[in-house]
Design a protein around this ligand. Structure first.
Ligand SMILES: *Cc1c(COP(=O)(O)O)cnc(C)c1O
Length: 402
């Protein structure tokens, strides 16, 4: 990976970043995950795979996405210069397609016929359905009934793209149950299908694979920023749900001296159930096949979470984030729901860019940081566009009041 010793050394051969990560799997899946890892290490490093993925990024996704100097926002705050990496301009409107195209390309090389995944707000489902259409693969997306009712436009998009949406009707009928349901479906036919995980989470090798596919964001941004300014950014800021857009940006800068801030959703309060800030308030535990820092109840079960951005609504976090923050290479920050809505309107009105509510968390924190670090620069990963959120925002936080 472009002479980056850290990316080669982490995770180790067993999928660990320090004590975080690993692969906690039911016995019948151990062999499948080992063969995915082998395929990733061999096929994923082959000339044909790399050049096909590069061509897809350029001609289909529209990469590289620009780095943009947000002059109006910068002047309004009067502090550090704020730059945006425009993943909202990536095809489908967010960064998730970066890893979905990689996972689907690997599936094609492995001769798989079907992509299976869960989705919460529907963003990962839409990106994966897009990749499945491109490669001519079947696609099955598991989604809780509560989310299906809430996220109607994304459900429609998946259906238009040819995916099968499987409603999940047990438990709380949201993301965690959708993961359980997708895993069960995958267990029934692991030979012909592949479980395409939606972030830098899950059992090894997914946290590594998804990070590597997303690292295109950071490598592009590093070069673009150097070309624009002659320097590297002093600060990097990205929101953290599972952590894929943040790792995508951070991975190209780990050996540099920039400060890196992962922004977690502080929701409406500090009690369990009022936020989804896993690294801020959580403790060590295993969920969905990997060891990390998670929000848990007294009995060790995953806690209820809340965020205004459904893409950040996850009670754990990618193991690499747990590791990097434990060695203090990254800093953990937060933005709450109110600050996020304020940032959503501020960026829309000052720059003509409507951010996804997830990305608005990063903008909200960058605005605070900018006023503290007057003579520095801040590069924010604008992970997605906010078209999916406008109805919700206008209904609950009307423009007249902001
Ligand atoms: C899903 C999503 C996120 C959160 O996922 P990460 O894996 O933490 O990046 C952030 N932004 C957008 C726009 C998303 O769709």
């Amino acid at each position: 990976m472009q002479n980056k010793p850290y990316l080669k050394a982490f995770p180790d051969a067993n999928g660990y970043f320090g004590k975080f990560g690993g692969a906690f799997l039911p016995p019948q899946l151990i062999e499948q995950f080992q063969s995915i890892e082998q395929a990733y290490l061999t096929i994923g490093n082959s000339h044909d795979f790399i050049s096909e993925l590069r061509s897809i990024r350029k001609h289909y996704q529209g990469r590289p996405t620009p780095v943009y100097y947000a002059k109006n926002l910068t002047e309004k705050i009067g502090g550090a210069r704020i730059y945006l990496k425009r993943e909202d301009l990536n095809h489908t409107g967010a960064h998730k397609l970066n890893h979905c195209m990689g996972e689907a390309l690997l599936a094609k090389y492995l001769g798989k016929k079907k992509l299976i995944a869960e989705t919460g707000a529907g963003q990962h489902g839409v990106a994966l359905a897009t990749a499945a259409a491109y490669f001519g693969l079947e696609c099955e997306i598991h989604m809780g009934e509560v989310d299906i009712a809430k996220e109607h436009p994304n459900v429609t998009r998946m259906r238009v793209l040819g995916a099968k949406v499987v409603p999940v009707s047990f438990g709380a009928r949201t993301l965690k149950e959708a993961v359980d349901s997708a895993f069960e479906a995958y267990l029934k036919d692991p030979i012909n299908s592949i479980y395409a995980i939606g972030s830098v989470v899950g059992p090894h090798p997914f946290p590594k694979m998804v990070r590597d596919f997303q690292s295109v964001v950071g490598f592009e941004a590093r070069e673009q920023f150097l070309e624009m300014t002659g320097n590297l950014p002093d600060n990097l800021v990205a929101c953290v749900g599972g952590g894929s857009n943040a790792m995508g940006l951070f991975s190209a800068f780990i050996e540099d001296s920039c400060e890196m801030y992962g922004v977690e959703p502080a929701g409406t309060g500090t009690k369990l159930g009022e936020h989804a800030a896993s690294l801020t308030y959580g403790s060590e535990g295993v969920l969905h096949g990997f060891n990390s820092i998670m929000l848990q109840n007294a009995d060790g079960s995953p806690a209820a979470v809340h965020s205004i951005a459904s893409g950040l609504d996850y009670p754990s976090v990618g193991p690499e984030h747990a590791y990097l923050s434990s060695i203090q290479r990254t800093k953990i920050a937060t933005a709450n729901d109110a600050e996020t809505i304020n940032a959503f309107y501020t960026l829309s009105r000052l720059e003509g860019i409507i951010p996804a509510l997830e990305s608005a968390h990063a903008i909200a924190f960058a605005m605070k940081l900018a006023s503290e670090k007057k003579y520095e620069s801040i590069l924010v990963n604008l992970s997605g566009r906010g078209d999916k959120d406008i109805d919700f925002v206008v209904e609950n936080f009307p423009p007249e009041k902001y």
